[in-house]
Design a protein around this ligand. Structure first.
Ligand SMILES: [Fe+2]
Ligand SMILES: [Fe+2]
Length: 255
C-alpha cells in the first residue's frame, strides 16, 4: 500500500496548483492514500471552510496542521466538525479538536497522529509523551506521524524514538524539503521536512521582496503570497499493511 504525504500547502495558489496536479501525481506514484498539511492553506495562514473544501476536493483523506491551526478564529469549529482535520495532539487538555485520526479502509486501518515540536515554538505539552499516549490507544500497525517542528534535532529525535513503532514520521513546518529520507530500523520511513506546496521562488510562500523588507528594515509589513510559479513537495511511502513496515520512501518535487 502507498501513502502520499504533501507538505504545507500555501494559500489559494498552492491549493489550486495541487488541485491541478494531484490526481496525475497520485496515479504516477500509485498512491492509495493522500495526507496533506493544510496549516497555511488559507490566504494569510490557517485553514478556513473554503481551503478545507479545496483540500478535500483534492482527495485528501487526512489533513494535518501545526502552529497555525488556530490562526483563523472564525474557523476553529472546523476542528470539531471535520473528523479528518487534525491539530497537534500535544495541545493541553481542553483545546478544541483532536490530534489523531484512524482512516478505515475496510480491509485495513491507517492511523495518523499530528504533533508539534516545542523548540523555538510555543511550549505546549511534551510531544514524546503525547505520542506515546496516543500509540497506546491505536490497534493498527499502520501509523503515520506529522511532526510539525522547527528544530531538525527535535525532529530526528522523534524519528529515532518512535522507530519500529510507527510506519512513518514526516517533519513539516520549515517549508524547505530536506534530502535525508530514509528507513529507520528497517521499519519506519523518515524525513526531517517534507517541504511546501506553493510558490517556489519565495520566502516560505511569501513574496520575497516583502519578506526581505521585514527582515532587513524591520518594517511592519503585510505579508502577501508570492505570485511566482508553484511547485509541490511531498513524499510517497510504500508499506506492508499487514505489519506496518515501510519498504521505501521517495521524495517528490513536482513543478
Ligand atoms: Fe507551514
Ligand atoms: Fe508551521
Amino acid at each position: 500500500m502507498r501513502l502520499m504525504f504533501i507538505g504545507d500547502v500555501v494559500s489559494k495558489q498552492g491549493c489550486e496548483f495541487l488541485a491541478k496536479n494531484i490526481f496525475d501525481l497520485k496515479k504516477e506514484y500509485g498512491a492509495d492514500i493522500l495526507a496533506v498539511n493544510g496549516e497555511n492553506s488559507a490566504p494569510g495562514n490557517g485553514i478556513t471552510k473554503s481551503s478545507l473544501e479545496m483540500l478535500t476536493n483534492c482527495g485528501a483523506d487526512v489533513i494535518t496542521t501545526g502552529n497555525h491551526s488556530f490562526k483563523r478564529r472564525e474557523s476553529v469549529h472546523l476542528y470539531d466538525e471535520c473528523e479528518y482535520l487534525l491539530r497537534p495532539i500535544n495541545y493541553p487538555d481542553g483545546v478544541i479538536g483532536k490530534g489523531m485520526y484512524v482512516l478505515d479502509l475496510g480491509r485495513t486501518q491507517v492511523a495518523f497522529i499530528n504533533a508539534m515540536g516545542v523548540i523555538y515554538l510555543e511550549p505546549i505539552d511534551n510531544p514524546f509523551t503525547a505520542i506515546d499516549n496516543a500509540l497506546s490507544k491505536i490497534s493498527t500497525p499502520n501509523i503515520f506521524i506529522d511532526f510539525h517542528a522547527e528544530a531538525t534535532s527535535e525532529k530526528k529525535c522523534i524519528g529515532h524514538y518512535f522507530t519500529g513503532r510507527v510506519t512513518g514520521v514526516f517533519g513539516t513546518h520549515t517549508h524547505v524539503q530536506t534530502a535525508d529520507e530514509m528507513i529507520l530500523g528497517d521499519h519506519t520511513a523518515y524525513i526531517t521536512d517534507v517541504g511546501m506546496t506553493g510558490p517556489e521562488r519565495s520566502v516560505l510562500g511569501v513574496d520575497s521582496d516583502i519578506a526581505t523588507d521585514k527582515m532587513r528594515l524591520h518594517f511592519p509589513v503585510m505579508f502577501e503570497e508570492s505570485k511566482e510559479p508553484c511547485f509541490i513537495n511531498g513524499v510517497v511511502v510504500d508499506f506492508d499493511e499487514q505489519t506496518g513496515k515501510a519498504r521505501d520512501i521517495k521524495r517528490i518535487i513536482k513543478r
